[in-house]
Structure formats: C-alpha cells, structure tokens
Design a protein around this ligand. Sequence first.
Ligand SMILES: NC(=[NH2+])NCCC[C@H](N)C(=O)O
Length: 397
Amino acid sequence: MTPRGADSETGPLQTVIVHRPGPELGRLTPRNNDQLLFDAIPWVARAQEEHDAFTEALRARDVEVLYLVDLLTETLHGDEARCQIVEETTADLRLGVGLRAYLRDALADHDPEQLAGVLTAGVRNDELTGMSSIVTSLLDHEDFLVDPLPNLLFTRDSSVWLPGHVAVTSLAMPARARETQLTGLIYAHHPRFADAPRLHGPQLEHLEGGDVLLLGPGVIAVGVGERTTPAGCERFADQVLRRGLAHTVLAVPIAQDRATMHLDTILTMLDVDTVVVYPNAAEGLQAYAITRSDDDLHVASPRSFFDAAADALGIEALHRIDTGLDPVTAEREQWDDGNNTLAIAPRVAIAYERNEQTNTRLVDHSIDVITIPGSELGSGRGGPRCMSCPVQRVSGS
Ligand SMILES: NC(=[NH2+])NCCC[C@H](N)C(=O)O
C-alpha cells in the first residue's frame, strides 16, 4: 500500500527512512573530506554505534525504521531497475568509452547486495581488476571511478514525503548528485512505493529536503540559500500548489553559508505552534508567501517569517525557543545541530546530547527531549532531522 506521506513536522512519526553509515564513510581522507562535505574524518564504528542509538530511540517509540540500503537492495532484484542504475552510474564522462563499457558489464554481473555496495561506497581506480586502459593509467590510483556517497546518511535531503506524494529532490553539490539516482530508483521500482505519485525530480532546479519544512497541514516553508535555488523553490511551489498539497508556500531566504546550508539548520518544529530557532538568524528571518491565483503564482511582499507562518497556519503566534543561552553558546550549538531536532510527536523530539544548553531550554519549555550521541555523526554537519526521511506521520497535527 502506498504510504500516506506527511503533512506536518510534528504528527506522530510512523515510518522513517534512515541510512546506517557504512563503508562509504571509510572513504573519507583529509584530502577529500571538504569536497565530500564532511568537516572531519569520522570513526566509522563509533558513528555506527551512534546511529544505532538513534534508531533504537525511534523503535522504542514504535516508529518503523526502514534502511535505505535494504530498500535499494530489494529494488535491485528487478532487472529493469538494475539496468537503469547501471546506465546512470556509468554515464559519468570521466570514464570514457572503454572503461564505461567494462564497468557496465561488470556491474550488470553483480548480485543486488554487491551492486548496492558499489553504488553507496563507490569504486576506486586501484580497486579495478581485469581491465586497464589509457584512462585507468592516467587517473590517479586513488581517484574514484564511482564516487562514494558519505552524505547518504542525511536521508532528509534526497527526498521529501508530502500528503500522498513523494518529491525526489535535485541536490546542489556535485558530491551528492548521485544520491537522488538511488532514491528515484527506489520510489520508481520498489513495490512498497511503486504507486506513490512523484513530484520534482533530480534533473530539475535545485531543491534539497533540508530546506523543506512542513509547518502544518497546507503550509510548507522552503529555505532558499546555498542549496535550494529561487528557481527550485518556484518549481516546487508551483507543483504543490497546483496539486492542492498546500495552500501556502513560504519562501524563506537564508544566508549562503555552510553553517546555515539548509533551513533546518536554523529552525525545526517541536509542536504545532512552536519552533527551536537560532536567535542570531531569527531576527531578520523573512518570508515571501506564495499562493495560487487563477493559474498563476501570487507572491506577497516579504514580511517577518514568524508573522507570515502564524497567519498561514491560522494560529495566534509561532512560539520561539532559542538555541543556547548567549550568542556564543547559540553559535556553537547551532553549528553542532542544536536546532536540528526530529519531532516524533508534538513536544517529543530527538536531539544530540552535546547541545546541553539548548536541550535544557527545551526541557524548561516542557519538551520531552530524547538525547542521542552524535560526536562522529555530527562531523558531516547534520543532526537527527537531517538523518531521517519521514515516510508517514499521523496527519493533522
Ligand atoms: N538537512 C540537512 N541539514 N542536511 C545536512 C547535510 C550535511 C551534508 N554534509 C551536506 O553538506 O550536504
């Protein structure tokens, strides 16, 4: 049965897709970590333990946890899906004709588990056996022929579930572009999702899931900054408004910095009318309300995000709980994803334990905070919200 999707950030979470970090994290070196969007070289075994604590916390609250690699492997049992992903993976122009033909044949012979391993962990030039060419000779031995995907950990970004629909996103950074080949494949071919109507798409204007916040039924905020472009926001707004999946989309400009790469690094929802927010960014936060008028998009003048959100949601006020106690603590804890909480029900949220000041404030505001370790996971600059793609939430909260 097709999942019913989600229409809020806080409706009780029923099903979520995550990715337990694996060999792809072991590909990170001090020479490639910047390009692969990690700020340090994580200790893989400890990152896995931390991730297991995250999924335990979810299961303890009766959330169904689906692993992306399991879904991918199941998908790869189908011949059509396998052919499609082999074509897409080997289309990279770096390979050239001879190597492409060789890899295509080699990958087509892999069983689904092996192929899923290659698609996530990649292939280094010096791992290739049985073939050498001018391309393999001239490339460095540690160059990747198929790039590893360490950021698969952040399943939030490569797809977004809306009411009854799933949007496959279009990731802005080259290091992440292949992730949506995998999510697109799963949603197109896995029997569990095969009839879910799909929106957006990897070849379209950039849109990342970390920028998409389902503020409440009918109201979606979209951060526009380093990752989601103005055109990506426009396309997405047009799609969701036209299909009646929302009545208002709030376009929210955010600074194009690594610290604020997505809207969910600045704020996340804890309840139907409450957010945790980075105060240093909250003050000037603006929103352009986009609605549908006849067959066109109507864009209102920018105003305070909090006022625009409260109006669109039809509530008196969107309450704020600020990160940290002072500007420096707030800046440190925002950097460590103190704002990036995952609500699993209204006023129940998973957060990294290291953000002590912010978590204390949340508890003071009667939020049930479930803490998890994140010393290694956090080196990729993502928190509990980034590491989860809610597939189904109870509607209407
Ligand atoms: N939704 C999020 N905030 N995701 C965080 C993604 C972090 C990842 N290393 C990147 O740079 O893309």
